[in-house]
Design a protein around this ligand. Sequence first.
Ligand code: FE2
Ligand code: FE2
Length: 164
Amino acid sequence: MCPNSLNDLFKDGLKHAYYTEQQLVDATEELANQSSEGEIASAFSEHHDETQGHVNRIETVFDAIGESPETKSDSAVEGLINDHDEFASQDPDQNVLDRFNIAAGQKSEHYEIAMYGNLIPLADQLGMDDVADTLEQNLREEQDALEKLSTIGEEFDYGQLPSE
Ligand SMILES: [Fe+2]
Ligand SMILES: [Fe+2]
């Protein structure tokens, strides 16, 4: 069916978000397991738990709009995950991988922030205040995760990295 309405636009975005969050449940777990440094691993592990909560919140949104939860594959998140996997598969120095993973996490948070930053005003326009509030909770956790990762990136000890 051709998307022709504000409602179609919202539902399409919600399906992409549902897929994206499911992919990121696994990705954040992998990032946590791959990180050697405690602060980085715990940031990913904490956000892994939050990400599972994001999946659950999206399911409550589907319920609120009277639809069964449905995913729609999202090439943007797949691209982010593939790029990460390709880098990690080259068996990099552990500290180099840690620094790479911080950036990989930041990119996915930026993507999720853009995703919710668009879905929330669509929900508002459709008069679905409760749905907008639920999505806003996910957005806030993405923003906090981005802030945490950005701080870790800024404070990263580059002296650990081989220069060549
Ligand atoms: Fe999320
Ligand atoms: Fe996130």
